[in-house]
Design a protein around this ligand. Sequence first.
Ligand code: ATP
Ligand code: MG
Length: 550
Amino acid sequence: MIYQRFTEETVDEKGRLTGISFHPPEHFNFAFDVMDELGRTKPDERAMVWLSEAMEERVFTFGDFKRESSRAAHYFANMGIGKGDVVMLVLKRHYQFWFAVLALHKLGAIVIPATNQLMKKDFVYRFNAARVKAIVCTCDGTVADEVDLAMAESPTVELKICVNGERPGWRSFDAEYGAFPGEFPRPAPEEAPDNEDPMLMFFTSGTTGYPKIAAHSFTYPLGHVVTARWWHNNRPGGLHFTISDTGWGKAMWGKLYGQWLCEDCIFTYDFDRFDANKILPLFAKYHITTFCAPPTMYRFFIKEDLSRYDLSSLVYSNTAGEALNPEVFRQWKAATGLTLMEGFGQTETTLTVGNLLGAEPRMGAMGKPSPQYDVDIVDENGRSCVPGAVGEIVIRTDRGKPCGMFIGYYLDEALTKEAWHDGMYHTGDTAWRDEDGYFFFVGRTDDVIKSSGYRIGPFEIESVIMEHPSVLECAVTAAPDPVRGQVVKATIVLARGYAPSEELKKEIQQYVKKNTAPYKYPRIVEFVEELPKTISGKIRRVELRQEAQK
Ligand code: ATP
Ligand code: MG
């Protein structure tokens, strides 16, 4: 696999990863060093199977990506985009996204993928915060209208380019880029970006507050070798499906760098609305071998009758993004025979803690630290916690920044320092570890509930509530209480066939009291039609908390 040119790995007698180091050449560039190289040596091998919303299928080879990204690079260069320029891509899962990303890497520009669900004010905030020079956006839907509305307040944006259509005042990517040559020469070393220059930026999900801009350098793609090879189990000859939209950091984990560093093929379905019944038949039809989705999607999958679908092509499945409830793990295993391999990380990092290839997951744990990172759990004073004690997950960087870790929040030194100081990056997540080093997620630092002197993590209670057959989804948060300070509140979405009632409320409360320490049971239960979520589908407990304080 091509990644082995840039890394050194050690494995134990069972073939499990025990260590990894990275040695990229100077001016490492994923587009030239990996994709153009594969385009040269394996031009006819398939790199992506792509399906449109209407199920129109296209297959792209490594040769195709080399040629089309070269054309796009000439096209962008021709309109004045170059090294260090910030370009936002709002392209959903359109195949042009991959042409554009690789082209912009070749130019040394800084790419910001973003979601098509943004509205005018979101664009204004993002354009200004990141000093965006050009926007490449899809013409379908209303996203280009929102961009146009944002223009009056976005002085840095000079260029607007649209894909999948024409639009007055915009350049048309599809109509224009194909006329340029299919070879793009590598720039001279003195003009090429350095390995630690910014290459890619992402706004975080915004689960806790305003999204932050995590900036990654040109070596970031190599940070996903562990994500892809040792977590997703990617390899030549497979077909990997990660659901995420290209506007979320997770797409970088499963739809681009790592998969191609492992010479695997990427499966992309460019859907608009998530529909489990449209996605489930694709596994058999395309012979998908490895799969990753956030726990929310598995929650929806297991509420379908999975016996109606042939999932036998799947050899491996992963999840990350939120805590995985044991109930979901059990039901997925019962339906498919597959052990769901969980992972933990952030937009700011690559896979940080997880069940890597060959690991034996422990129920309720998210895995062990990846050998790529020096991960610890510390108390308020920065001292390492003993097993069983809850503390914050940190990444120690006193011996250098690990490959794959962000370089900082873009143009925001204060915010960077707040999270990253004294040789430690603070994730803002709390966990405890057992004697064998497995990490158990407790909650975000802000989500921890303090009731009558107890500190209660929402995840553990949510997992118990999830076991009740009436529950589709739930979120546990703190509600203010005059006596106890805070009390535990559960906000619940019921599964099909169940209706809210006082009786059901009591039944769920009793169930929790019986199955976990009684002080943790939700004194308040509310049934709702849906939970507040980020656009990437994560539950926003912060919103429920604020609601309870009104
Ligand atoms: P913001 O930082 O803007 O509030 P966000 O943290 O949700 O948004 P992401 O970078 O997309 O943005 O998500 C990373 C976070 O997701 C982690 O910090 C953690 O809270 C959560 N997470 C990821 N994987 C897991 C997991 N396996 N178990 C529990 N939580 C997870
Ligand atoms: Mg975050």
